[in-house]
Design a protein around this ligand. Structure first.
Ligand code: ZN
Ligand code: ZN
Length: 160
C-alpha cells in the first residue's frame, strides 16, 4: 500500500491545488522514488528559483528547504502578529504554489491561512457565497488565489 501523503496544516490538499503531482521521478533530496513530486516554486537568495525534483516528505521534514537553501513561500511581508514558527512552517515545511505575481501567503487572526488553490469565478461559486464575497472584496479579476483562516474559517483572496 502506498504511504499516505504528509499532512500540511496550511496547505490541506496539495494534490487538488496541483502543487503536488504523481510522479516516478527520483527525489533529489532523499534519492527515493516516492510516487509524488512537488511542482511549486522554491525561492533562493542566490538564484531566483531553484529547479529540483523534491518529494512531499522532504518538504514536510524540512530537509528540502535546508538542502536547497530555499523557501517555498515568501518570508517577507507577513503581518507583525504572525509567530515566527508559523512563518517557518509555511516557508520551509509547506508546499508553495505558483502564481502570476510573486506568491503571497495570506494570514488572519495572527496565524497563516490555509491555501485552497487558484480559483476561477466559477470555481469560487462552488465554495459558497462567502468565498464569492471574499473575491469581490479583492477586486476585479479572472483568477483568484483563495485562502481560508484556520481559526474563524473566513475566506481570504487576492487577484492573481
Ligand atoms: Zn524526498
Ligand atoms: Zn480568522
Amino acid at each position: 500500500m502506498a504511504t499516505p501523503l504528509p499532512t500540511f496544516r496550511y496547505h490541506p490538499d496539495p494534490l487538488a491545488t496541483g502543487s503536488i503531482v504523481k510522479s516516478d521521478a527520483e527525489c533529489e533530496i532523499c534519492c527515493a522514488v516516492r510516487g509524488y513530486r512537488y511542482t511549486g516554486p522554491a525561492f533562493s537568495q542566490v538564484v531566483d528559483e531553484v529547479e529540483a525534483v523534491v518529494c512531499p516528505w522532504c518538504i514536510d521534514d524540512g530537509s528540502a528547504a535546508e538542502s536547497l537553501e530555499a523557501t517555498f513561500a515568501e518570508p517577507e511581508g507577513w503581518d507583525d502578529d504572525v509567530r515566527l514558527d508559523v512563518i517557518d512552517e509555511v516557508c520551509l515545511r509547506t508546499p508553495g504554489f505558483h502564481s502570476s505575481k510573486r506568491p503571497q501567503w495570506l494570514d488572519h487572526h495572527g496565524d497563516a491561512a490555509e491555501y485552497l488553490g487558484r480559483h476561477t469565478r466559477e470555481q469560487l461559486a462552488t465554495r459558497g457565497p462567502d468565498a464569492v464575497q471574499a473575491a469581490k472584496e479583492a477586486g476585479e479579476g479572472d483568477t483568484y488565489v483563495l485562502f481560508r483562516c484556520t481559526d474563524c474559517s473566513e475566506f481570504l483572496a487576492y487577484v492573481d
